[in-house]
Design a protein around this ligand. Structure first.
Ligand code: C2O
Ligand code: CU
Ligand code: CU
Length: 470
């Protein structure tokens, strides 16, 4: 809460506002008044199963409208899983099935997709497979895949952008033994950071606009808090970063010029830690990093930025701040090798051109907007395919394929960054550039979508459908 005296110091408002109670006065200031590092980071709670039955964990979630406190002194209506923004985190173990009963207490249709999940078509949350208001649905997740930071979110055709903006997104952390044996930082030293940008109206509610290109979002939120700070010990932490923003990409970097050490991407661990000054992260991408705060003096701080121009730090946008406030032992390790990844060799080739239809102003794949009645690709179970995404437009398209994890083969005919050499389910395709990926179709036949994860593009209508043939 900001006091009247602090408001005076800010000097940004006139006498009229000062006559008001501080939160009303703040409301007059609008979102420009959000100071960075004013609130502590919070971490979404881990959801407990309601029961365990025949070795499977059963969860219940209700999607409902609630008021969240995101900006100081303001109330923001959100649509959240269990009324939370972001939703609660599900922790799953490899080889142990999870069933999530999703009940829809909202006034709009929803459908819930486990992003990155290797699941059957009927449990994938197809955009037309709706949960109507008042109804519920059980989603079954087998968890027969390697440890990774997955997430669940709404996928309603034409309304994904609005529904996710309103809050329908949460994390799903899949763990396995191989990863546990590495002794990476864990427990309270393993922290998810869900980055989202939002704009607010003066009354505190989200300012959503259903545009074709992007949505408004001047304020960067981490786990639902505006540019928070986090108190840390002088030891290693693992951060699981998810870009759950609708449209915005970030280039993450630390402010004192120290590099980031990336250990995982969308589909889990890389083969080895990769060190880089900055880390690009487009919507739906995940990157996990280890920061070793032992290289800092207790009492100092490090800021995580969105780096706009590496040569001009004054253009950096703060994301959050870490305050090194105490000394602690560090029994964790950061091994030089994380896990082996065999490179895929593909046979069938498909090309997907990404463009803007000038006449309709819709985003299209191979010239066509999404239709759930049309099948755009029919891969065969057991085959490895090479898909080429060719961007003919001047906007970035983070392309996502359901069901599979893929490997990035080339970016404009060159091998990708080591950062992109692990398993991925979403890949950024830069303007006027071409990206090739390889993926193997296993276990599940049926109908799945693939699309741009800029949700404004996805809804209008850069999405297509594949039927995996058994
Ligand atoms: Cu993150 Cu088709 O979804
Ligand atoms: Cu997905
Ligand atoms: Cu796009």
């Amino acid at each position: 809460m900001v006091s009247r005296r602090e408001l005076l110091k800010m000097g940004a408002i006139g006498g009229a506002a000062l006559a008001l109670p501080p939160d009303r006065a703040l409301a007059l200031l609008g979102p420009a008044a959000v100071e960075p590092f004013g609130v502590p980071l919070s971490v979404p709670p881990i959801l407990k199963p309601v029961k365990t039955e025949n070795g499977r964990d059963i969860y219940r979630i209700t999607m409902r409208e609630r008021v969240a406190r995101i900006l100081p002194g303001k109330r923001t209506p959100i649509w959240g899983f269990n009324g939370r923004f972001p939703g609660p985190t599900i922790r799953a173990k490899r080889g142990r099935e999870v069933v999530v009963r999703q009940k829809n207490d909202l006034r709009v249709n929803t459908t819930i997709h486990l992003h990155g999940g290797h699941v059957s078509a009927e449990n994938d949350g197809h955009p037309t497979d709706l949960i109507r208001p008042g109804d519920h649905r059980d989603y079954v997740y087998p968890n027969e895949q390697e440890a990774a930071t997955l997430w669940y979110h709404d996928h309603t055709h034409h309304h994904t952008s609005r529904n996710v903006y309103m809050g329908l997104a949460g994390l799903y952390l899949l763990e396995d033994e191989a990863e546990a044996e590495l002794n990476l930082p864990q427990g309270r030293y393993d922290i998810p950071l869900i980055i989202q940008n939002r704009s607010f109206k003066r009354n505190g509610s989200f300012k959503f606009r259903d545009g074709h290109n992007s949505v408004p979002g001047r304020v960067i939120l981490v786990n639902g808090r505006p540019m928070p700070y986090m108190k840390v010990a002088n030891r290693k932490y693992r951060f699981r970063i998810l870009n759950a923003s609708n449209s915005r990409g970030y280039t993450l970097g630390l402010d004192q010029g120290q590099p980031l050490v990336q250990i995982a991407s969308d589909g889990g661990l890389l083969t080895a830690p990769y060190t880089a000054m900055t880390l690009p992260l487009w919507p739906a991408e995940r990157a996990e990093i280890v920061i070793d705060f032992s290289m800092y003096e207790v009492g100092t701080s490090v800021v995580l930025h969105d780096v706009k121009d590496p040569l001009d730090p004054s253009r950096n946008k703060p994301v959050m701040r870490f305050d090194i406030e105490r000394e602690e032992d560090d029994p964790s390790s950061l091994p030089a090798m994380l896990r082996p990844i065999d490179r895929l060799l593909g046979t069938t080739e498909r090309v997907f051109q990404l463009s803007l239809d000038q006449e309709t102003q819709r985003w299209v794949i191979n010239g066509k907007p999404f239709s759930h009645r049309r099948i755009d690709a029919e891969p065969r179970l057991g085959d490895t395919e090479i898909w080429t995404f060719q961007n003919l437009s001047d906007k970035v398209h983070p392309m996502h394929v359901h069901l599979v994890m893929f490997q990035v083969l080339t970016r404009d005919n060159l091998p990708p960054d080591p950062s992109e050499m692990g398993w991925k389910d979403t890949v950024r395709v830069d303007p006027a550039s071409t990206v090739r990926v390889a993926m193997k179709f296993t276990d599940y036949a049926g109908k799945y979508v693939f699309h741009c994860h800029n949700l404004a593009h996805e809804d209008h209508s850069m999405m297509a459908q594949m039927r995996v043939i058994g």
